[in-house]
Design a protein around this ligand. Structure first.
Ligand SMILES: [Mg+2]
Length: 382
């Protein structure tokens, strides 16, 4: 199959679940007004919100989105019944084929091309766990990532802070993009480059004793993020189960361990804090509210940036593959679907979803099998 000719499955339109319809942007005045030409280029153009919308309405909308993006245990159990299993099988057969069962087909496209691999972390390399700080990847998975990185340039792109995701993965030969791509680090000795930026934001820094190159698109937001982080910790401290995670350039408010009846309270607390910060926006993940700067940068932009840095941007003989499970990964899937850096998005999901990905894998164990298969395939080429 010629990747540029499209996927055999129907082209899917974004469902409400993955569209920007629940993207809440607080925008009462022009966004970021930095003198930095770099960040001016990254301003996210968003419609000005209508006035007169009371905060309760916003919080209720967030609450509805929280329900929709975070099925309750009862719903999850229901999803495991035989009917859903059948629906899942149909989903993988018709719309988003398993990247394992169609592996040979994918490799027939990859033949003669250079593969670049991009991996989300939570829910992709590690299982989703109750305690975000305990989302460890298995030793076998680490070995699989290490092996695949010997043959293909490999990057981890995560919503976590770069430091945190590095701590989990622990492989210095990889590229890391933390904070949804706003904090990118090269392997030691490698450089980072972006032709569209008019001033360099690359920083040479020592990281764990090694010289690395950093690219940070939102560094001037750090004081604001720190302030909001403190406010969120304070305002949610009495809600049992809430965890406010410092992801450096963004903040995650996890409500996985919060009783359902208190989810609305979480939404209200977050709304109360960030309503005075028009330069911040809120997005919904899996039982997490994420607050980040209003700049035109996401995992898709980070993917393109990394391809440029690797000298693989807009090359006919390059096949980027991005594996991820999160709504934020859809930005990267879309980049690969729309081109010019055509490639394959692989959605990790045990439930049918609408996605910009081409293929699917059920869970991290299947991701590991896929990584191993890539290594076996590459070795077989001699
Ligand atoms: Mg994830």
């Amino acid at each position: 199959m010629d990747i540029k000719s499209g996927h055999p499955s129907p082209v899917m339109t974004d469902s409400p679940q993955i569209s920007n319809s629940r993207l809440t942007v607080r925008q009462s005045r022009p966004p970021h007004s930095s003198s930095s030409s770099q960040n001016n280029n990254l301003l996210l153009t968003v419609p000005r919100k209508k006035t007169g919308i009371i905060d309760d309405v916003k919080a209720n909308a967030w609450f509805d989105a929280m329900i929709a993006s975070s099925p309750t245990p009862a719903l999850v159990n229901k999803d495991n019944d035989a009917t859903t299993d059948m629906t899942y099988r149909e989903w993988t057969q018709v719309k988003y084929p398993s990247a394992l069962t169609t592996f040979e087909k994918i490799m027939s496209v990859a033949k003669g091309k250079r593969i670049a691999l991009f991996l989300d972390y939570d829910g992709t390399l590690s299982p989703i766990v109750e305690e975000p700080d305990a989302a460890y990847m298995s030793t076998d998975m680490r070995t699989a990532v290490q092996n695949v990185a010997k043959y293909f340039p490999t990057a981890i792109i995560s919503g976590r802070s770069r430091d945190k995701v590095y701590e989990f993965v622990g492989l210095s030969e990889l590229y890391y993009a933390g904070s949804h791509g706003m904090d990118i680090m090269s392997p030691a000795g490698e450089s980072l480059y972006h032709k569209h930026l008019t001033r360099t934001v690359s920083i040479n820094e020592q990281f764990q004793g090694k010289d690395v190159n950093l690219f940070q698109t939102a560094s001037e937001f750090l004081p604001m993020i720190d302030k909001v982080l403190c406010s969120l910790v304070e305002s949610t401290k009495d809600i049992k189960g809430v965890k406010v995670e410092d992801n450096r350039f963004c903040i995650s408010v996890h409500y996985r361990n919060v009783e359902d009846k208190n989810w609305k309270l979480v939404a209200q607390c977050v709304d109360d804090v960030i309503k005075t910060y028009p330069k911040l926006r809120l997005t919904h993940g899996r039982k997490v509210l994420e607050i980040r700067p209003v700049i035109d940068w996401d995992k898709g932009k980070a993917l393109t940036f990394l391809l440029e840095s690797l000298g693989l941007n807009n090359c006919e003989d390059v096949l980027p593959i991005y594996v991820g499970d999160d709504r934020t990964d859809e930005d990267a899937f879309k980049v690969l679907r729309d081109g010019p850096n055509y490639g394959y998005g692989v959605l990790v999901s045990a439930m049918p979803k609408v996605s910009n990905a081409f293929y699917s894998l059920r869970d991290p164990s299947e991701v590991m099998e896929f990584l191993k298969a890539l290594v076996t395939w590459k070795r077989s080429l001699g």
